[in-house]
Design a protein around this ligand. Structure first.
Ligand SMILES: NC(=O)c1ccc[n+]([C@@H]2O[C@H](COP(=O)([O-])OP(=O)(O)OC[C@H]3O[C@@H](n4cnc5c(N)ncnc54)[C@H](O)[C@@H]3O)[C@@H](O)[C@H]2O)c1
Ligand SMILES: N[C@@H](CC=O)C(=O)O
Length: 463
């Protein structure tokens, strides 16, 4: 049995990849578990050096990896090149953090005792990643795991395994042992069950939909695994009356149309103060219509295809639902769908007069659509922003420090971005509140969940 990897822009077959049998997966899990005993004893400086070599190899293969990302995910080639840099930045960051896993001593409550706290890697980590950032979501998990001294096994998304296969191959070429970093290919539900049931796996780290994240959390309960979840989002972007409108327009576009809107932190709802909505929507539409839609390997394309039919149908449903309930189309709402070939393109769309009863204001869109709604008071904007089960990223634009402080303190989101449409970076803690996830990836926080805390109590010492 094989996975057929197709280019979502053309429908052409890129490559076939064998699906691992259950027996092969169990063997790999066993090897990952057994190699842990050697890997975690390797000194942190050496692990750091191997990560740096891996980083160099990834940069050396930058063009090839970027082309693979575009071929299997459809994103424009410049975005794929950016993703390779972004993916490398996680390896670089955790190559350094490997050397900074500190313990501590605690003053004892007796003269004959000493108390020491150390950190140890959790063991074999199993990762499941999505198709939208096949390189960065892999390294954001693998780099801290390996830096901490964990061994690592990954199941990439069924439609984008080629990037992961290349990254794992480069890790081996860099000198990271084959059983320390491994991949398996197969269907999510089948491999997920093997990962969660395995007593060799000590931690599950997942990026993907909230539905699957909840399932993995339930299935991990029987063996009480550590778990990190980076799940769906429904990011609000709020523009106050005093904001710099031109800047807010450029940042809205930067956030919304990254990967054709198929990014977990893409803006999903734009809330504009009622006194500036006409100026903002006019300026926004003028810029949005300039964006070029097409095959990401062609020159100057800004927006590639939608990943698959299910994603396409959901976006079209949300646009139609909004229009039926009174939304006005300012631009877009054109699409090309070739269902036989599996190719789906949606032209960037701006909708005005959107309200809370429309599906687009409640559900993640994962597509190039901007719904605009208005507010009068900042309290009302916060109430709308917080009104979904999601809490990943929120954006606001204001030049008033009091308004900024209010938004910062009252928005229930793990990532709050003030006058900034691009907050993701390896040195920062990325992750969501509420049903958007558990734990943080990146920054000093990103290595924490790969470590156990061990407390040593020494008694019977001379007073
Ligand atoms: N918070 C973040 O950092 C982040 C990043 C990227 C994507 N996402 C979210 O991911 C979603 C889009 O990605 P998707 O459609 O590929 O999500 P998805 O949950 O369908 O798939 C993600 C991964 O999970 C696997 N999977 C599917 N069913 C499974 C099961 N029953 N058990 C175990 N694994 C299973 C898939 O094979 C894939 O590898 C969006 O909701 C998006 O917001 C979140
Ligand atoms: N790659 C995104 C995450 C979700 O899609 C990011 O890190 O910004």
């Amino acid at each position: 049995m094989k996975l057929k990897i197709k280019n979502p822009a053309t429908g052409q077959l890129v490559q076939e990849v064998p699906i691992n049998t259950e027996e092969e997966i169990q063997q790999k899990l066993k090897r990952g578990h057994e190699s842990f005993n050697n890997w975690f004893k390797v000194n942190a400086h050496y692990r750091s050096k191997l990560l740096k070599k891996w980083s160099n190899k990834v940069q050396g293969a930058k063009e090839e990896i970027a082309k693979t990302i575009t071929l299997e995910s459809g994103k424009p080639i410049q975005e794929s090149l950016n993703e390779v840099d972004y993916a490398t930045s996680y390896i670089d960051w955790y190559a350094e953090e490997a050397k900074r896993i500190y313990g501590r001593t605690i003053p004892a409550n007796s003269e004959s005792k000493r108390v020491i706290v150390t950190r140890q890697p959790v063991g074999l980590v199993a990762a499941i990643t999505p198709w939208n950032f096949p390189a960065a979501m892999m390294t954001r998990k693998a780099a801290p795991a390996l830096a901490a001294g964990c061994t690592f096994i990954i199941k990439p998304a069924e439609n984008t395994p080629l990037t992961t296969i290349k990254l794992v191959q480069l890790a081996h070429e860099a000198g990271i042992p084959e059983d320390v970093v491994q991949y398996v290919n197969g269907y999510g539900n089948e491999v997920g069950k093997l990962f969660t049931a395995s007593t060799y796996v000590k931690k599950i780290t997942f990026t993907g939909s909230t539905t699957v994240g909840k399932l993995l959390m339930k299935d991990s309960a029987d063996t009480v695994k550590h778990i990190s979840l980076e799940l769906g989002g429904h990011a609000p972007l709020i523009i106050s009356e005093d904001a710099d409108i031109d800047f807010a327009v450029s940042q809205t576009i930067a956030s919304k149309f990254r990967n054709a809107g198929q990014t977990c932190i893409c803006v999903n709802r734009v809330l504009v103060h009622e006194n500036i909505v006409d100026e903002f929507s006019e300026k926004l539409t003028k810029e949005v219509v300039k964006l070029k839609v097409g095959n990401g390997l062609e020159k100057d394309i800004n927006i590639g295809p939608i990943i698959n039919e299910k994603g396409f149908d959901k976006i079209i449903y949300q646009i139609n639902d909004a229009m039926q309930k009174g939304a006005e189309v300012l631009c877009g709402n054109n699409y090309n769908a070739n269902r036989d070939a599996g190719c789906f393109f949606i032209h960037p769309t701006v909708l005005k007069n959107v309200n809370e009863n429309m599906a687009i204001m409640q559900e993640e869109t994962f597509g190039p659509v901007i719904p605009l709604t208005t507010f009068k008071e900042i309290e009302e904007a916060v109430e709308i922003a917080n009104s979904t089960p999601y809490g990943l990223a929120a954006y606001f634009f204001t030049n008033d420090y009091r308004t900024g402080a209010y938004f910062h303190e009252n928005l229930d989101f793990g990532i709050v971005s003030w006058n900034d449409g691009a907050p993701s970076a390896a040195h920062t803690p990325f992750g969501g509140m509420k049903e958007s996830g558990l734990g943080r990836e990146g920054g000093i926080e990103g290595i924490e969940s790969y470590l156990e805390t061990k407390y040593l109590s020494i008694g019977g010492l001379k007073k």
